[in-house]
Design a protein around this ligand. Structure first.
Ligand code: PLP
Length: 351
């Protein structure tokens, strides 16, 4: 702390991202990255941008990417916002759509960046408990609020909320924005983007970090009514006019255009997930039903923190959260088949 800080800075509790270890040989199953590389077409598009044109600023609106997203989802470009990772898109949404003097609602077990943004933007929140099976109870979200946010599938549980339940939340809250964070939707869920024309209070965010394997590029997006998108544009244009660089716009657009590669790699991750679930169950783990590229699992006879530490000693990193309700779970990213096998082999010796 220093006398030069703006006073609120001393009270900020920043988000702690999963470890990005420097050692190359680790089996890294801790931050939900995709084991397959980005689309070769995305890489070619980025390589084509890597040249003299970098002396020029990029398109501040990222139109090429907005068009690719709009074409993919059958919406207008005025319904699409793009930003530097979905974390940035979420931050703008919290800033521009959730400051209404009433608490923001989200689940007690969820993406741990939400309370951090609340701290940054001075937003009160209520964390509503998931049910005994770690599912979101749609009926809980019918109380006074300044907005609602949850991931679908939820993180770190991986559990999916059906679109019908999302519609019930939207209908119960016509005066609040309901933000559905679809970071993991492509691994087994149905997107709520199909609902944006019917619900002007729905904003859906997505990322290219997971199903399109571009975590290193930092690209995220939002789709919703043009009025909601305009709020995000106003915030963005008051903060950073050029959040996406030339390579990010070109690479992300090409990734959206390459449906075949996207669908094939998602299918491979889903097939591996089913194999990992079966392998964990054989070892006595209870695994929550996952529609994501990770699983959330606990062992009735082994402490999760100790398991995570023991795995690490064998070169396998998974994510463990200290929060009381989930302290006995491990969140395990689905990797390539040989990584998943290394995880199961290491666990065999530990449980
Ligand atoms: C639920 C959820 N939302 C958003 C993000 C942010 O993704 P990114 O900023 O890489 O787009 C993550 C990343 O792990 C996440 O788990």
């Amino acid at each position: 702390m220093s006398k030069f800080w703006s006073p609120f800075v001393k009270d900020l509790v920043p988000y702690v991202p999963g470890e990005q270890p420097k050692l190359a040989k680790l089996v890294k199953l801790n931050t939900n990255e995709n084991p397959y590389g980005p689309s070769p077409k995305a890489i070619a598009a980025m390589q084509a941008e890597l040249g003299d044109s970098l002396r020029l600023y990029p398109d501040p609106n990222g139109e090429r990417l907005k068009q690719a997203v709009a074409d993919y989802y059958g919406v207008q470009t005025s319904q699409v916002f793009v930003g530097n990772g979905s974390d940035e898109v979420l931050a703008h949404a919290f800033h521009g759509l959730f400051q209404h003097g009433k608490p923001l609602l989200f689940p007690d077990v969820t993406y741990s960046f939400y309370p951090v943004y609340c701290g940054l933007y001075g937003i009160d929140y209520e964390a509503l408990p998931l049910d005994e099976q770690f599912q979101i109870r749609a009926e809980d979200y019918a109380r006074p609020n300044g907005g609602i946010v949850f991931p679908n599938p939820n993180a770190p549980t991986g559990c999916l909320l059906p679109l019908a339940a999302i519609e019930r939340i939207l209908q119960a809250n016509p005066d609040s924005v309901v933000l559905v964070d679809e970071a993991y939707i492509d691994f087994g869920g149905e997107t709520a983007i199909t609902l944006v024309d019917r619900y002007p209070n729905l904003l859906v965010t997505q990322t290219l970090s997971k199903s399109r394997s571009l975590a290193g590029l930092r690209v995220g997006l939002a789709v919703g009514h043009a009025d909601l998108i305009e709020a995000l544009e106003r915030i963005k244009n008051s903060f950073n006019s050029y959040p996406l660089d030339r390579m990010a716009i070109a690479g992300a657009a090409a990734a959206f255009e390459d449906r075949d590669y996207f669908e094939q790699t998602c299918r491979q991750v889903i097939a591996s997930r089913e194999a990992v679930v079966a392998g964990l169950q054989d070892l006595g783990f209870e695994v929550l039903p996952s529609a994501a590229n990770f699983v959330f699992a606990r062992h009735p006879g082994r402490d999760a923190a100790q398991l995570a530490a023991a795995l690490r000693e064998q070169g396998v990193i998974v994510r463990h959260f200290k929060q009381a309700r989930i302290a006995q779970f491990l969140r395990i990213t689905i990797g390539a088949p040989e990584q998943n096998q290394a995880l199961l082999d290491a666990l065999k010796g530990l449980v």
